[in-house]
Design a protein around this ligand. Structure first.
Ligand SMILES: [Ca+2]
Ligand SMILES: [Ca+2]
Ligand SMILES: [Ca+2]
Ligand SMILES: [Ca+2]
Length: 374
């Protein structure tokens, strides 16, 4: 049977196939996350190397539109302090020429660390006044808000106030007992930022944002990330979460560091408003699972370092350094070209010999497009 398929229609079908195939590929939970070779972030030509455990993050702390590097430092013998490395580079090409310690109430923000954590700082405008504040996880399991009371170009922070959560009238200070690792992301896809907190006990707690108050979001009581119907438990403990779309399907995925120095990717198999997870794959670098040496306590933060639209990872660890693993755009492009080439070959063959192969189901697709064919 011959079906005289006009060329423009073939083109429409081809592009349809490509979009459908690409969507399927990008949504595939088995894809995993493979990153470029690890690099060490430098400042002023020297590798950044803080006393104790490093906990990196990015946020614009100086109001110039460029995200700066924030690094928590400290442990049981070094005070927990927050370094701010001002970004003196350009968009997509961060560069640092030194750091200053975040100031709280007139002196260095300093907390007593314990064991494997000094402080876990994140930059976020908690009270929505236009100045980036610090939200800091502590070794003893609390989450603290340091309000930025400085100026856009010169951040300075008030004394700490504990972040609270729970029903109206029944709020208590957040306390996850040990090694609070916060992430500020939109967990339930409603457009506001929620607080996600990892802890020594391997659970990932979520405090949903129930609306703003003058001093910051009002957080609801604790939920836990779940997997397969039970609480999600990060293997190795010391869960260090982030929550960003890592497989390009438009739905945020859960990433977790752990005691061992590994990075676990829990692809979101739920929806943007109701995340669900089934299991994890280890994040790899050049095909090899990332496993920082020793009991590294991997603390990841997702950012787009080089502004190419592909997520990159900063990871802190017990070596005090800031490890950068950039995302690789090539595999998806390569896959796109492969699929495209295969379809073009098929199209050429069909033009010479227009018998329709059942594999491509031209007829079925043409019918869904509303075209009339025998
Ligand atoms: Ca603020
Ligand atoms: Ca939210
Ligand atoms: Ca995703
Ligand atoms: Ca990138």
């Amino acid at each position: 049977m011959k079906l005289p398929l006009p060329l423009p229609l073939t083109r429409v079908l081809l592009s349809g196939f490509l979009s459908v195939t690409m969507a399927a590929l990008m949504a595939s939970p088995a894809a995993g996350l493979d990153l470029e070779a690890g690099q060490l972030v430098r400042s002023g030509g020297a590798v950044i190397d803080v006393p104790g455990y490093s906990v990196p993050a990015m946020a614009d702390m100086t109001g110039d539109g460029l995200e700066d590097l924030i690094v928590g430092q400290g442990d049981g013998s070094n005070l927990g302090k927050v370094r701010i490395y001002t970004n003196v580079g350009a968009a997509g090409a961060p560069a640092f020429g030194g750091f200053f310690f975040a100031q709280s109430a007139g002196s260095d923000l300093a907390l007593t660390g314990s064991g494997c954590l000094g402080v876990a700082p994140r930059g976020f405008d908690w009270d929505a006044d236009g100045l980036t504040d610090l939200i800091v996880g502590t070794a003893d399991g609390r989450v603290l808000f340091y309000e930025n009371t400085g100026t856009p170009g010169a951040p300075a922070f008030a004394a700490a106030s504990p972040v609270r959560a729970g029903p109206a009238g029944g709020q208590t200070d957040i306390d996850v007992a040990s090694r609070a690792l916060p992430a500020l992301r939109d967990w339930d896809g409603d457009g506001d930022t929620d607080l996600i907190v990892g802890a020594y006990d391997a659970y990932i707690r979520v405090y949903l944002n129930n609306g703003m108050t003058p001093s910051g979001p009002q957080l609801l009581g604790e939920l836990r990330a779940t997997s397969g119907g039970g609480d999600l438990i990060v293997p190795g403990q010391r869960a260090a979460p982030d929550f960003v779309d890592l497989d390009g399907d438009g739905v945020a995925d859960l990433l977790a560091g752990n005691t061992n120095g590994q990075l676990l990717l829990y692809v979101n198999i739920g929806t943007a408003t109701d995340p669900a997870f089934a299991g994890y794959t280890y994040v790899t670098s050049e095909g090899v699972a990332i496993d920082l040496p020793g009991s590294a306590r991997s603390r990841p933060f997702v950012t787009d370092w080089n502004a190419d639209g592909i997520p990159d990872l900063l990871v802190g660890a017990d070596d005090g350094q800031v490890h950068l693993y950039q995302g690789v755009p090539e595999p998806m492009t390569g896959m796109f070209l492969l699929v495209g080439a295969a379809l073009l070959r098929r199209r050429k063959r069909n033009r010479k010999e227009p018998s329709i192969t059942p594999r491509f189901r031209w007829g079925a697709i043409v019918r869904t497009q509303g075209e009339i064919l025998p």
